[in-house]
Design a protein around this ligand. Structure first.
Ligand code: SAH
Ligand code: SF4
Ligand code: F3S
Length: 434
């Protein structure tokens, strides 16, 4: 019988991608994936360090899995918490057998094969000189909407953020390697590929080629129907990439462009490299080439020193831009970041009040965006079962979650849908053709 692998992933899309690559590597070793941790021989937890709450999830998950795991099952912890904590993580939990940082997970098959409990637990949390991508096997499995990491790391050092420390400095994968992986994913059933990077639009290839050029190359792949990319950094946006939204049909009309705050004073304290006016100019450029484009953002409320006036400016910015969707968070002081040491930390109750007010506004905009698509016909990529029997859930070109009545065998298909209903979180539709 094949050995079984259970994976639990926290954090961003990059972590989802990394988990898939670790799964691929273990499939090559002969493991099969299971969704039942109590039967697993290897339990892999891929962790996130971005906010305090995210990082604590590792320890509640370890507690839960420690209770139900098979006696000899190995627990592997990977991801950003390992990179941030280093060897300390083994001291924090005796349950962990192997700990791997985000740049070392290509070593997992070797470590697992050689692992011997008596000789002690294993940790890899360096930034090795070699690229892990050179050592990973080709993809073994793909969903209809696949992720593909093209860029990793961050040189921006926003004053609140741990990512430059957990993921290291910026690295762009070569385009030949990316195109090869994309073709393999399509062969395995991918219809859509989301290109990933902590600063995806800082990706660069040979001879000054940028993300727009890469997307045009990807669009030539037969069988690939949709391309997306995330997350972009405002001041790294190029006119070439913006133009790609006008000339490349496979590139979906959606851009996630986090602003974080609508106050220039706070943006400066955050060490973000743009002003509110520059950000709005980029939005206008996108809308000039693609008037229907859906815009999405991340926001942080309660950054140290944020006044009521600064917060009002964030609300005003949101009113002007009109977002199709968004993610918003209370500032979380992360150990080792400059912002965690700033004076004027904002009390929790004020953060909560501001977050609720911002989310109310963002939600009403998302509802308005969704309502504006009612009666329209949209292409929807069906990717999972809906809540009710006979329902499938998919995504519209604008990244709206879309519920349709459809048989299970249509999973992975792109269908033409007439939108008949909308809420703040999703739209519903009826299939008109296949
Ligand atoms: N590279 C991306 C975002 C990575 S983290 C970018 O620069 O946009 C995802 C989001 O988490 C960030 O956009 C930010 O809104 C939020 N975030 C990061 N650090 C945070 C912190 N210390 N407290 C609260 N939110 C944080
Ligand atoms: Fe973090 Fe800023 Fe880099 Fe995004 S750009 S990953 S928020 S440091
Ligand atoms: Fe979290 Fe690391 Fe992603 S900290 S958000 S898993 S890059």
């Amino acid at each position: 019988m094949k050995k079984k692998l259970y994976i639990k992933t926290f954090g961003c899309q990059m972590n989802v991608y990394d988990s898939a690559r670790m799964r691929d590597a273990l499939m090559v070793l002969g493991y099969a994936e299971t969704d039942k941790p109590e039967f697993a021989d290897v339990i892999l937890i891929n962790t996130c360090h971005i906010r305090e709450k995210a990082s604590e999830k590792l320890f509640s998950e370890l507690g839960r899995l420690g209770q139900i795991k098979k006696k000899n099952a190995l627990i592997v912890v990977a991801g950003c918490v390992v990179q941030a904590d280093g060897a300390e993580i083994l001291r924090r939990s005796p349950l962990i057998d192997i700990a791997l940082g985000p740049q070392s997970y290509h070593e997992l098959p070797k470590i697992l094969t050689e692992y011997n409990r008596q000789k002690g637990r294993a940790i890899r949390a360096e930034f090795p000189a070699e690229s892990k991508f050179d050592f990973l096997p080709r993809p073994q499995k793909s969903s209809a909407n696949a992720f593909l990491a093209i860029q990793e790391g961050c040189d921006n050092f926003c004053s609140y953020c741990v990512v430059p420390y957990t993921r290291g400095c910026e690295y762009s994968r070569p385009s030949t390697e990316i195109l090869k992986e994309a073709k393999e994913l399509v062969k395995l059933g991918a219809k859509e590929i989301m290109l990933l990077g902590q600063n995806v639009n800082s990706w660069h290839g040979d001879q000054g080629r940028d993300l727009g050029d890469l997307i045009r190359d990807m669009a030539k792949i037969r069988g690939l129907k949709r391309i997306r990319y995330t997350t972009s950094y405002p001041s790294k946006m190029t006119q070439n990439l913006i133009n790609t939204h006008a000339d490349t049909k496979k590139l979906m009309p959606y851009i996630h462009l986090p602003i974080q705050s609508g106050s220039d004073r706070i943006l400066k304290a955050m060490n973000r490299q743009y002003t509110v006016a520059e950000y709005e100019k980029i939005i206008a450029q996108f809308r000039a080439v693609r008037p229907d484009i859906a815009i999405s953002s991340d926001f942080i409320v309660g950054f140290p020193g944020e006044t009521e006036g600064d917060f009002e400016q964030t609300l005003a910015l949101v009113e002007r831009v009109k977002y199709a969707s968004s993610f918003s968070f209370k500032f979380s002081a992360r150990p080792g970041t400059p912002a965690s040491l700033m004076k004027n930390q904002i009390p929790e109750d004020i953060k909560t009040k501001r977050l609720m007010k911002l989310q109310k506004l963002l939600q009403s905009q998302q509802r308005a965006f969704n309502e504006a698509t009612v009666d329209k016909e949209l292409d929807v990529l069906l990717i999972e079962r809906g809540k009710e029997n006979g329902q499938l859930l998919g995504y519209s070109p604008y990244m709206q979650g879309t519920v349709v009545k459809a048989p299970l065998n249509m999973l992975g298909e792109i269908v033409r849908v007439k939108i008949i209903g909308a809420s703040a979180t999703a739209i519903t539709g009826k299939i008109i053709t296949q």
